[in-house]
Design a protein around this ligand. Structure first.
Ligand code: GUN
Length: 286
């Protein structure tokens, strides 16, 4: 029997409905939640992502500030913009869209953001809190994946999870979130040996490679009834695709996220949720 498609758009909408209520409550207390985005250069995919984030903010009543900067900006100039947003009390969340042009250092840039406004959960402080089970602001894609498990009542305790990604934005935060739920987590990457054999023993595979010329997850690599969460998005033969060969994988898996319409909308919804969390923290700090 074919597995079930996970409808990320629908789950994201349920998160947005909750966020909208929280926005209204905050506005009742005189707090106008505001997200500032920083987009550097002219990467068309990044520009689309930022546009989608602004649109989603509009839908739930979060104010946005748009900082679109030339590709040639220096690190010092970017730092100054971030410092300005850090000290601006009307801004609650700051998101610097990644990747950045080569002259800019991602670590230096994201570390500059105030941890209280770090809606990407990328600062060393917030990444450290996550590793110690004390996280408040968690990277949006990983928390979106956890929300999918929660929505579908998928229990993680004792499950074998194979993660195919080790980035700061996806693999590492997911590792901690899954471990907190008592899953057994194996983090794989480009140097992992015998990846197919490892995938075959997984109850859940979370894949985020994003390059079909390097990797495609096919049905022979998964066990019957496995859950496949496809975080990747790339263009392949003129179509937007994930890592998994969706039409074939769903014949063997129990649950699969499609691309598009799976994890992508969850990332945006969790950004809204983090912005609300940051806005409420600002009111507690005074
Ligand atoms: N680029 C791709 N995904 C993300 C994300 O979640 N946050 C930021 N800041 N940049 C990204």
């Amino acid at each position: 029997m074919a597995g079930a498609k996970i409808d990320g758009r629908m789950i994201a909408q349920s998160v947005k409905d909750r966020v909208k209520k929280a926005v209204d409550e905050l506005k009742g207390q005189g707090i106008n939640p505001c997200l500032a985005t920083v987009l550097v250069g002219d990467n068309p995919a990044s520009a689309t992502y930022v546009r989608n984030k602004h649109k989603a903010c509009d839908e739930v009543g979060i104010i946005t500030r748009d900082h679109t900067l030339g590709a040639g900006i220096t690190q010092a100039e970017l730092n100054e913009i971030i410092d300005g947003l850090n000290s601006d009390r009307s801004v609650h969340g700051i998101l610097v869209q990644l990747p950045l042009p080569n002259q800019l250092d991602e670590f230096v840039t994201t570390s500059r953001i105030s941890p209280l406004k770090d809606v990407d959960g990328l600062t060393p402080y917030n990444a450290g809190l996550l590793a110690m089970k004390k996280a408040v602001l968690v990277a949006c894609t990983p928390s979106g994946v956890m929300e999918i498990f929660d929505y579908h009542g998928i229990k993680l305790e004792g499950k074998r999870v194979v993660l195919i990604n080790r980035s700061n934005l996806v693999g590492k935060p997911l590792y901690h979130l899954l471990l907190e739920k008592d899953a057994t987590v194996l983090t794989c990457h480009s140097r992992t040996k015998d990846l197919t054999e490892l995938c075959k023993i997984a109850d859940i595979i979370i894949t985020a490679v994003g390059d079909r010329s390097k990797f495609t997850l096919t049905p022979d690599m998964i066990k019957d009834g496995a859950i496949v969460i496809d975080v990747a998005i790339s263009r392949h033969m003129d179509k937007l695709v994930g890592d998994a060969d969706y039409d074939k994988i769903i014949q063997k898996a129990s649950f699969v996220t499609p691309v598009p319409g799976g994890v992508g909308p969850m990332t945006v919804a969790m950004l809204l949720k983090n912005t609300i969390t940051a806005a409420s923290m600002s009111s507690q700090i005074g």
